[in-house]
Write a protein that binds this ligand. Structure first.
Ligand code: URA
Length: 199
């Protein structure tokens, strides 16, 4: 890890160490080159990401990489980060008193905790385009409230002076196992490939 990555990681660590409002299950920082033309922003890490210390290395990550490769990109060519750097968890207690842990969507207040460090990462990465994965990062970078209204199109964020390309979160494919959704999802990646050519 170089000094820039170390600095970002330290800031993330401090935020996570000081956060006591809700249970969290570890944290990670972004992955990939700095600077980099292409930045993907996801929601928050899950169990596998915390174990491996990198974003998008679990089930959603496999889907993500498959489509990334489809448009002739490799993981090492892009920067991948998240809206929330810790794993938001829910602790469920069963009837027998046994506790299980599951993921939950990060709260708006939790996303806000990372606003400055995410902005700092964006300044350092200096991407030409930010691809938002799912509704959580969509709300950070655009005025849209639902990915259904805007996926697969390119927008310009005047404040950041960056192109924004909203996509469904790769885990949406796991929940929408029908060929219609799958072909729409694939089509968004092909549209991204075209958009990248014109940057
Ligand atoms: N889902 C996300 O949004 N981010 C990750 O890092 C992993 C899964």
């Amino acid at each position: 890890m170089n000094d820039t990555e170390e600095m970002l990681r330290e800031k993330i660590k401090e935020i996570c160490d000081n956060y006591k409002d809700s249970p969290v299950g570890g944290y990670i920082s972004g992955d990939g080159p700095i600077p980099c033309d292409i930045l993907f922003v996801g929601e928050a890490p899950g169990k596998t990401e915390i174990e491996k210390g990198k974003p998008f290395v679990g089930m959603a990550g496999r889907t993500f990489e498959k489509y990334l490769n489809l448009i002739n990109l490799e993981r090492k060519m892009v920067r991948i980060t998240n809206s929330c750097f810790f794993r938001p968890i829910k602790i469920n207690e069963g009837k027998n008193g046994r506790k299980t842990v599951s993921n939950r969507t990060p709260k708006i207040s939790e996303i806000k905790l990372f606003k400055d460090v995410l902005n700092e990462e964006i300044q350092l990465v200096h991407p030409k385009i930010i691809i938002t994965l799912g509704n959580t990062p969509l709300k950070i970078f655009t005025e849209f409230s639902s990915i259904g209204e805007c996926h697969g199109n390119i927008y310009f964020n005047e404040q950041l002076k960056k192109y924004i390309f909203p996509m469904y979160h790769p885990s949406a494919l796991t929940y929408n196992r029908n060929s219609n959704f799958e072909s729409n999802y694939k089509n968004d990646w092909l549209k991204l490939k075209d958009a990248l050519k014109n940057l």
